[in-house]
Design a protein around this ligand. Structure first.
Ligand code: ATP
Ligand code: MG
Length: 605
């Protein structure tokens, strides 16, 4: 491609809308243009990068025996009602764009395709002999994200590879899951990225085991906790750890003490001259289920620990059945206004005890009359602890479960694991922290969708059984931008060769110099003929501007037909290292073939 014929507009200034380097650079270097919030045009250079990423994904998927297909982006509401996700996706998370057609039928724009593929599998898979199968597609997804940001990282329309596998039993699912794990490792390695697979929360998609693939970068939205021995790595949403030991309580007698102005753990520990690990903290949440019922949730946890809202949301969602509800719509910390909608009297905020009486909840049909009380083991294991008294300005000390306080029936891990905590698999290891960009996610869905949607097959024993299912996603457009986040410098993007839009760019410093132009034209056609994807900067203008653009758009190799032409040579510059080499015109193609390119490709593999 000739730059003189290309729609390439580069910017010297950072765009106001961009916060992180990769977003700034992709806009400045002419890869993407913002069309609306979270909506971008992929310009020609970007499309080439997206194709390269997609090709790698396709090759690795095909190598596992998965088959490519293409599913509709417009999906009928009825399918999502069968799985029970219509209300979660349109009301609770409001992530799905919903619309209605001229006949008033409701439709959603596909944020993901479990429902559609399960409907296909239900129709087409009749027998165990057809299993296992794994189908994938690469297409644009639509999600009405609360906070679209960082360019392609969190778009409202973005490109995803999603795959869905079907199995006769769990063992077969686990085999494919392991193959996908390996395929994903191959994909990210081949893209030239530094990444880490981590244990993950399964969220609204549901199911059991799941793993995320994190591209390591400071700007990543996710926190990863891992150990040096690489035996443990998890998203903080999912991570578990051994908490620090509690300092034994110095209070041996149960007492109520006046503790003025101590609504926080720090102020209370300070006032009583005790340790935060001796305090039982009680945090109030408000849940709303899809049947309109509000449930007040009281979580007791040790004073030095924080509630992990992902773990809490999962448990409160599991409790839905006990409230005749199907799904949890919302879980929030109720502010004053929210409290007024259900509290019978003002709450002793900052002084709440685990036994906060249910009489604080006003009688109403839409509000559960009792608190849902949960306790984290860090609090459940304490003795002679300090906690609230349900009266402002007072706390109790020396309290015990089974004596002054009834231990909540539901005891489970609700803690946020923290950097420095001891690792569960080996207490001599402490958790380290890193930031990552979630680029891929693989799930063992189990029977969730097949049961909900009655997708069955006839097993060897002649009985109908629900299909076992797995799903596997990669954010193709997010991966492309994450590569830039991981690899750039003050002058611009540094593409890994494997996903660079072009391998080389031939720069003509002065197009009026006929020898320069002629040599460049010749190299341009020779390199392209040799399979080295090459750009030709044959634009009028200053050499400095051309060099700056070549660096900005991040092409791995630059060839300059400049001064050394007099000796029959050109300059070869490696974008990543800045390393320069003079090469005879006739040797350029061979140099690429034998030398740097192969070396680089190997390095990134
Ligand atoms: P996140 O937690 O970042 O919102 P997710 O858990 O919703 O991601 P999945 O539903 O597992 O993501 O989607 C599969 C992949 O699609 C993700 O791993 C990610 O790479 C990509 N992806 C998800 N949402 C977006 C988005 N809004 N913009 C770009 N890529 C996305
Ligand atoms: Mg999401």
């Amino acid at each position: 491609m000739r730059l003189s014929q290309m729609l390439l507009v580069t910017l010297r200034e950072d765009p106001a809308e961009a916060e992180i380097p990769s977003h700034k650079l992709l806009v400045r270097a002419g890869y993407i243009r913002r069309i609306g919030s979270g909506i971008y045009a992929y310009l020609p250079l970007m499309l080439r990068v997206l194709r390269k990423v997609s090709d790698i994904v396709r090759e690795e998927m095909d190598a596992t025996g998965a088959q490519e297909c293409l599913l509709p982006q417009i999906q009928p509401k009825e399918l999502w009602e069968e799985s029970g996700r219509w209300s979660t996706y349109t009301e609770a998370e409001q992530i799905m764009f919903a619309l209605s057609d001229r006949q008033g039928r409701e439709l959603g724009l596909g944020p993901t395709h479990e429902e559609v593929i399960t409907a296909v599998a239900r129709d087409l898979i009749g027998s165990y002999r057809q299993l296992p199968v794994n189908l994938y597609q690469i297409q644009s997804k639509f999600r009405d994200e609360i906070r679209p940001r960082f360019g392609l990282m969190r778009g409202r329309e973005f490109i995803m590879k999603d795959a869905y596998s079907f199995h006769a039993n769990e063992e077969s699912l686990k085999e494919t899951y392991a193959e996908m794990d390996q395929a994903y490792r191959n994909i990210f390695s081949r893209c030239g990225l530094k990444f880490r697979p981590v244990q993950a929360d399964s969220g609204a998609i549901g199911g059991s085991a799941s793993q995320e693939f994190m591209i390591l970068a400071e700007a990543g939205e996710d926190e990863i906790l891992y150990t040096e021995d690489n035996q443990y790595a998890a998203n903080v949403e999912k991570a578990t750890s051994l908490p620090a030991d509690a300092v034994p309580s110095s209070f041996s007698e149960y007492q109520k003490l006046e503790t003025p102005n101590t609504p926080t753990i720090a102020s209370l520990a300070d006032f009583l001259d005790c340790d935060a690990t001796q305090i039982v903290k009680n945090v109030l949440y408000q849940a709303v289920y899809d049947n309109g019922l509000t449930v007040l949730v009281l979580v007791s946890i040790r004073g030095d620990q924080d509630v992990n809202e992902t773990k809490l949301t999962n448990e409160v969602a599991r409790q839905a059945v006990n409230y005749d509800a199907a799904t949890l719509l919302k879980l929030t910390v109720p502010d004053e206004e929210a409290q007024q909608t259900w509290a019978a009297k003002p709450l002793p905020l900052g002084y709440i005890a685990p036994n906060l009486p249910d009489s604080y909840i006003a009688k109403a049909e839409t509000v559960a009359p009792k608190f849902l009380r949960l306790v984290d083991p860090t609090a459940g294991e304490l003795t002679n602890f300090v906690t609230g008294s349900n009266e402002s300005g007072f706390h109790t000390v020396g309290g015990n479960w089974g004596a002054e306080f009834e231990l909540p029936e539901i005891q489970l891990d609700l803690r946020t694991a923290k950097v420095g905590d001891r690792a569960p698999h080996d207490p001599s290891q402490t958790l380290q922290t890193a930031r990552g960009i979630e680029a891929g996610h693989i799930f063992q869905l189990g029977l969730k969708y097949s049961t909900a949607m009655t997708a069955e097959f006839m097993d060897e024993d002649g009985r109908p059984k629900p299909l076992w299912m797995g799903c596997y996603g990669i954010g193709v457009s997010r991966v492309a931008q994450a590569a830039v986040e991981q690899s750039h410098d003050g002058n611009g993007i540094i593409w890994p060769v494997a996903i660079a839009p072009y391998h080389a760019i031939v720069v003509v410093p002065n197009i009026k110099a006929e020898d320069q132009l002629a040599a460049a034209e010749k190299l341009y056609s020779e390199l392209n003929a040799a399979g080295i994807e090459t750009l030709l900067d044959d634009r009028p203008g200053r050499a400095g501007m051309k060099f700056a653009d070549a660096e900005l758009i991040g092409i791995p190799y630059r060839i300059v037909t400049g001064r050394s032409l007099a000796e029959g040579k050109v300059e070869l510059v490696q974008r990543a290292s800045g390393e320069k080499q003079e090469v005879a015109l006739a040797d350029v193609v061979a140099t690429f073939r034998a030398g740097w390119l192969r070396h680089w490709l190997k390095g990134s593999a």
